[in-house]
Design a protein around this ligand. Structure first.
Ligand code: FES
Length: 137
């Protein structure tokens, strides 16, 4: 590498180092909503025990499944629509929450209720037959 090439490389690195870290971070979408969802969960299985308690939830196949009340289950894409962080359910405040930048979603519709999320979570249907939940697109 001659002196001219060395200086070109240094200028390129200097320019790159001036890009704000937040700008790079804002371009990072880590996950998207799953498509063609079709799976079952056996709520009598210990692996799915969280769904035996009202307010309990779990994430499976990229989908957050929530026991909203004694008879209702809800299912949404677990990927925040802002940058794809996995969301959680907070039964105390009755919201789906993303810890990355604070987006919140309605737990019965998936609609955005706060924060930077640009759109609702993708909602899936949940049907129950005995101990078996079927989650579908
Ligand atoms: S990734 Fe930014 S609010 Fe969820």
């Amino acid at each position: 590498m001659d002196r001219k090439d060395f200086l070109k490389n240094c200028l390129g690195l200097c320019a790159l180092s001036m890009v704000p870290v937040g700008l790079l971070d804002s371009c990072t979408k880590t996950s998207t909503a799953p498509t063609n969802v079709n799976f079952t969960l056996d709520i009598s299985s210990s692996a799915n025990a969280a769904l035996n308690t009202v307010g309990g939830y779990l994430v499976s196949n990229g989908v957050i499944v929530i026991r909203y009340n004694a008879t209702t289950f809800e299912a949404y894409s677990a990927a925040c629509t802002h940058e794809g962080q996995q969301v959680v359910y907070q039964p105390g405040s009755s919201q789906i929450y993303c810890s990355r930048h604070g987006a919140t979603y309605n737990p019965t519709s998936g609609a955005v209720t706060g924060g930077p999320a640009p759109s609702a979570l993708t909602k899936y249907t949940v049907t129950q037959s005995g101990n078996i939940l079927t989650i579908k697109s």
